[in-house]
Write a protein that binds this ligand. Structure first.
Ligand code: SAH
Length: 216
């Protein structure tokens, strides 16, 4: 069968370290979470390929490099509480959960959320909570969050997510006027009423569908 340890180590070296991912906690999280546990059974051999992989419902599992890049850009510290929008397979939430104290993740497609919730529970990711709903509105019950990772592209930065960031908090979100021309943006809440915004790089994500996202 596949030598996943070797494939994972090679992914870490060639796709992450050689492209500039240097945060040790991020590298360790990428080494600890077994991506093969999150990919569809018929795609196991592609678990460490350098790209996204298809999931049911026309969705996808984010590319390993992009998960690492976005996680590093969130500047997490161990006590952080993180909100993820777009659970998908649960892989991204699992990576975040190895660094943060608690991960709250929202998925609009109920079957994906259900599968990810069971999988994360069975694998022992006890600090991740999965919720079905419209993540463009955030998850106000558990706000504020030290970090928010959005893994689907929004037409503009959803206001509810800005409001659910703690002061000092960071958000990473793909934004595009069109779903196919997207920029990964980092937002920081500097003070109660002061935010900064940086463009990090061009990216390609599925659309964020919701009240503060794209229409269905
Ligand atoms: N982080 C995931 C990537 C999933 S792709 C992983 O590692 O596997 C993005 C996901 O966002 C898709 O599953 C899609 O259904 C979901 N999504 C799109 N709009 C959403 C919304 N408004 N709220 C929650 N999830 C949404």
């Amino acid at each position: 069968m596949w030598d996943f340890v070797a494939l994972r180590n090679r992914m870490i070296k060639e796709q992450l370290e050689e492209r500039g991912i240097s945060n040790r906690a991020v590298i360790e999280a990428m080494r600890t979470v077994l991506r093969e546990e999150f990919v569809p059974a018929d795609l196991l051999g592609f678990a460490y390929e350098d790209g996204p992989l298809p999931l049911d419902e026309g969705q996808s599992i984010t590319q390993p490099y992009m998960v690492a890049y976005m996680t590093e850009a969130l500047e997490l510290t161990p006590g952080d509480r993180v909100l993820e929008i777009g659970t998908g397979s649960g892989y991204g939430a699992a990576v975040l959960s190895r660094i943060a104290t608690a991960v709250f993740t929202i998925e609009r497609v109920a079957v994906l959320a259900g599968t990810a919730r069971e999988l994360l529970r069975d694998l022992g990711y006890t600090n991740v909570r999965v919720h079905v709903g419209d993540g463009s509105l955030g998850w106000p019950e558990h706000a504020p969050y030290d970090a928010i990772m959005v893994t689907a592209c929004a037409p503009k930065i959803p206001k509810p997510l800005m409001e659910q960031l703690s002061v000092g908090g960071r958000m990473i979100i793909p934004v595009g006027p069109h779903p196919y021309t997207q920029t990964l943006v980092r937002v920081r809440r500097l003070k109660e009423n002061k935010y900064s915004q940086e463009n990090l790089k061009g990216v390609m994500f599925v659309p964020l569908v919701g009240a503060a996202g794209w229409p269905a």
